[in-house]
Design a protein around this ligand. Structure first.
Ligand code: ADP
Ligand code: MG
Length: 240
């Protein structure tokens, strides 16, 4: 069953086309990857799915409902959680407080929100740092916090925007395990990722975008052997 079904999505900013005739179908329980050069339109795709940017045309069906035009907070409550590529926690608040803010999307009860936050902080491996101020976290812990905030909203579908960027190889390994645990807890995962080792290990299917346009879709093995995909990456200079 498809949790997310996108059909013929289009978006331009002025003369710049950032999403061109994009269609994907993400099945329940899947880990689905989105890859492509910098500036290809990956984050903009997430912004459209999560309601931050309205597409020019096309449909985005989540849980059998067309969600185009719904605001982010409503989509969050309906079960679309997301991380942001540039993480911006409340720096002078604790880790636990930041995660509890996410939990308030689902409950008005302070004790329930804190309980959920405690549970999620444990899941992402931040338990021993839960009382630190967010501004004092290392890069990897900031990424963990970003994932925790999204998980605290109790998503059915989680959008992960480059959560492995800037991590050391062993931190990547841990994060791969975490993403696997998230999937095993029943959450469908849509992830933008440049760390190909993680994409190969985790993703059942991968969509490749270049200049806003889907150029390939398939298993990680299939798409990485596709000549069009290889040339999109090699011709990366004007994407910087
Ligand atoms: P990616 O995540 O694949 O690196 P983005 O989706 O962030 O790429 O950006 C795709 C293109 O759209 C870039 O050229 C970027 O500068 C442009 N862009 C993104 N958001 C906006 C916006 N709100 N207004 C104008 N241009 C934007
Ligand atoms: Mg991006």
């Amino acid at each position: 069953m498809a949790v997310l079904e996108i059909q013929n999505l289009n978006k331009s900013f002025g003369g710049l086309t950032v999403t061109k005739n994009l269609s994907i179908s993400v099945q329940e329980g899947q880990i689905f990857g989105v890859i492509g050069p910098n500036g290809a339109g990956k984050s903009t795709l997430f912004n459209q799915i999560s309601g931050y940017i309205r597409p020019d045309s096309g449909s985005i069906v989540f849980n059998d409902k067309n969600i185009v035009g719904k605001p982010p907070y409503e989509l969050c409550r309906e079960g679309i959680g997301r991380t942001f590529q540039i993480v911006k926690p409340f720096g002078s608040k604790t880790v636990l407080y930041n995660v509890a803010v996410g939990a308030f999307a689902r409950t008005n009860s302070r004790s329930e929100a804190l309980q959920k936050a405690e549970e999620v902080v444990k899941l992402v491996g931040l338990e021993s740092r839960k009382d630190l101020l967010a501004k004092n976290l290392t890069i990897v812990d900031r990424k963990r916090l970003e994932v925790a905030k999204a998980l605290a909203t109790q998503p059915k579908l989680i959008l992960l925007d480059e959560v492995l960027a800037g991590l050391t190889p062993s931190e990547v390994d841990e994060a791969v395990e975490l993403i696997r645990r998230i999937q095993q807890s029943g959450v469908t995962v849509l992830m933008i990722e440049h760390v190909m080792r993680a994409v190969m290990a985790l993703c059942e299917r991968v969509l490749v975008i270049s200049y806003g346009e889907p150029i390939a879709e398939g298993t990680p093995q299939e798409v990485t052997q596709n000549p069009q995909v290889i040339s999109a990456y090699l011709g990366d200079d004007h994407h910087a």
